[in-house]
Design a protein around this ligand. Structure first.
Ligand code: AMP
Length: 114
């Protein structure tokens, strides 16, 4: 699995604005925010994308998804809501091959996405 920019963020080689970290996940602000709040959450155990979720145990998946929920709550988004996005592959416009959940909120979002 080749090293991605998110591997380098996790190791500290590339700086990021951390919003939360525990033993299982790391959350940081997106460098090109699509909304007033735009945070990326990655599991510390790397898989390349949503299609490879089978590479994590159910416990690891649970910790990741629960972590995303926790981070969104700590960002103050629970009351007004937010969107979670996993981009997968070419059609999904995934640009970084390290699974990441986008937490997007802080304004009224529209549907459907483009
Ligand atoms: P995706 O298109 O789903 O792969 O999303 C990758 C996201 O990573 C994009 O929203 C980028 O703006 C974001 N991104 C790329 N480089 C950095 C970085 N150095 N720090 C924070 N976010 C980044």
């Amino acid at each position: 699995m080749s090293e991605t920019i998110f591997d380098k963020i996790l190791s500290g080689e590339i700086p990021s604005t951390k919003v939360y970290e525990d033993d299982d996940i790391y959350a940081f602000r997106d460098i090109n925010p699509a909304a007033p709040v735009h945070v990326l959450v990655i599991p510390k155990l790397k898989i390349t994308g949503f299609k490879d979720l089978k590479g994590l145990s159910e416990s690891e998946i649970g910790k990741f998804i629960k972590g995303v929920s926790k981070v969104a709550g700590e960002l103050g988004l629970d009351n007004d809501g937010y969107r979670i996005v996993f981009n997968q592959g070419k059609h999904g416009q995934q640009t970084v091959d390290y699974i990441h959940a986008h937490i997007i909120g802080g304004r009224q979002l529209t549907w459907p996405p483009g």
